[in-house]
Design a protein around this ligand. Structure first.
Ligand code: BES
Ligand code: ZN
Ligand code: ZN
Length: 478
């Protein structure tokens, strides 16, 4: 049995072509206008194995007019699945293989696809598939070290995505707030990131009542986990970018209980936090010059005699009081204190939060785009552009002041839900906005739709790691 630390057996390496003694070459081609027996079909990722003097696996990139980084990435994903299914090893790919298609960084996109497509989550299967390592060698006759640098960069990014996916997949009896802390401490010691954990004692002393309230019904208390990357050179002096993630290790809804159908899959309610961990792992591996801080706001939303209930009034870290209307609107409670902490203690240049916050974003945008709400036009534009480049697409939703009327408190400063099904994603964003202080540019990404996919209606739900590549693209561009 093989255990890969991250559930991905594919390894990329640069090699000198003249010394290469591998088994066969990957050859990307545009789909033929008419299907011919010796060419793969029109569908992106269709393959055809040609044997002869030089064995080649032809891979369709789809129709010429439609070839883009996105389709090339998709072809890479399909290729990885083929290579794993066929237990391929020592496969070559010429670094020039995409030169004819006129797409910038096509090779990087294909490599990204290969590494993304190789991920599967099978840590808990008694009989794990007998997966062998798949080595893919990128071949060139010169500038091997430059090529290796490109591969190392893409590998760092996708390792971040696959870490986010793996942790999101972990079941809720394995990942609870305290076991998550242990995982993050291991990650910190492996990467050199600085890790600070605020547990029950610290959160109580700080007055972080909002994040604590969500964990009251759980066997283990809420945790605020902070990972810091310091940056280097002159740029290390710049204010940090802070990335905050919602990490509800399981969301039952609490006393505002979810129904039998709605509760399944709520282990994925920690996706935002796991994406933050993936980002931080990659930020460390890429050794970005700028300081970046990740905050994971973790809690388990359960029911017990200790659990918070509707009509409770909670005092948050900001001092603002919140009346609970729905215990199922718990994500905004844990994020409220994390956003307050970020904006008052960390002096950031920007705060970005990622959260599976509302079912409403599924209604509005489906599983194609995540909702983007922001107080800063420049930040929103930069994130949208990064989303288009990485194919982790966003769409803006407004935050007009009038929406606040829906959550203006009666007996408290504010309510955690409008209590009526009106603009629920925007109301969620409006709530969070109240906890970002000092006019700090802030953006909220509601990833409730995009954090998971289902290939078919009955197929299993899978974590996408949505947001890791997007945020890294944004950070690399700063
Ligand atoms: N974790 C859910 C949101 C969610 C729903 C994520 C479906 C993924 C799939 C969140 O905590 C929640 O329950 N939100 C409520 C908020 C409401 C009570 C204001 C919702 O969207 O219904
Ligand atoms: Zn909820
Ligand atoms: Zn939730």
């Amino acid at each position: 049995m093989k255990h890969f630390q991250i559930s991905s057996p594919l390894i990329l390496e640069a090699r000198k072509e003249s010394d290469w003694d591998g088994n066969f070459l990957l050859v990307p081609i545009a789909a033929p206008k008419n299907n011919t027996p010796e060419k793969p079909g029109k569908k992106i990722g269709d393959t055809l194995l040609l044997t002869g003097e030089e064995t080649q696996l032809l891979i369709s990139l789809g129709m010429t007019e439609k070839i883009s980084r996105k389709t090339i990435r998709k072809a890479g994903e399909a290729t990885a699945k083929w290579l794993i299914a066929h237990q391929a090893s020592k496969v070559g790919l010429r670094a020039t293989a995409f030169d004819d298609f006129g797409i910038k960084n096509a090779l990087d996109a294909f490599c990204e696809g290969l590494l993304l497509g190789a991920f599967s989550f099978d840590l808990h299967k008694a009989k794990r598939d007998d997966i062998e390592r798949v080595n893919v060698h990128l071949l060139a006759d010169r500038d091997i070290s430059r090529l290796q640098e490109r591969i190392t960069r893409v590998t760092a990014i996708v390792d971040g995505v696959n870490l986010a996916r793996e942790l999101s997949h972990e079941p809720p009896n394995v990942i609870i707030p305290v076991s998550l802390v242990e995982r993050v401490q291991t990650l910190a010691s492996e990467t050199g990131l600085k890790c600070t954990v605020f547990g029950e004692k610290e959160l109580t002393e700080m007055g972080a009542g909002a994040i604590l309230s969500v964990g009251l019904g759980s066997k283990t208390p809420s945790q605020m986990i902070i990972l810091e990357h310091l940056g280097h050179g002159a740029r290390a002096e710049e204010p940090p970018v802070v990335v905050v993630g919602k990490a509800i290790t399981f969301d039952t809804g609490g006393y505002s209980l979810k129904d039998t159908k709605g509760i399944v899959g709520m282990k994925f309610d920690k996706s935002g936090g796991m994406v933050v961990l993936g980002i931080m792992k990659a930020v460390a591996a890429l050794n970005l010059p700028i300081p970046v801080i990740g905050i994971v706001a973790a809690a388990e939303n359960m029911i017990s005699a200790e659990a918070y209930r509707p009509n409770d009034i909670i005092r948050s870290l900001s001092g603002k009081t919140i009346e609970i209307i729905s215990t199922d609107a718990e994500g905004r409670m844990v994020l409220a204190d994390a956003l307050t902490y970020a904006s008052t203690e960390l002096k950031p240049r920007a705060i970005i939060d990622l959260a599976t916050l509302t079912g409403g974003v599924l209604v509005a945008l489906g599983k194609v785009r995540a909702g983007l709400m922001s107080t800063d036009e420049g930040l929103a534009e930069a994130l949208s552009a990064a989303g288009e480049r990485t194919d982790e697409r966003l769409w803006p939703l407004p935050l007009d002041d009038e929406y606040f009327l829906l959550i203006k408190g009666n007996d408290s400063d504010l309510k955690n839900s409008a209590g009526i099904p009106l603009a629920s994603s925007i109301v969620g964003g409006t709530f969070l906005k109240q906890f970002v202080m000092n006019d700090i540019p802030w953006a909220h990404l509601d990833i409730a739709g995009t954090a998971t996919i289902k290939k078919t209606i009955i197929g299993p739900r899978k974590s996408t790691g949505f947001g890791v590549r997007l945020i890294l693209d944004y950070l690399e561009g700063l």
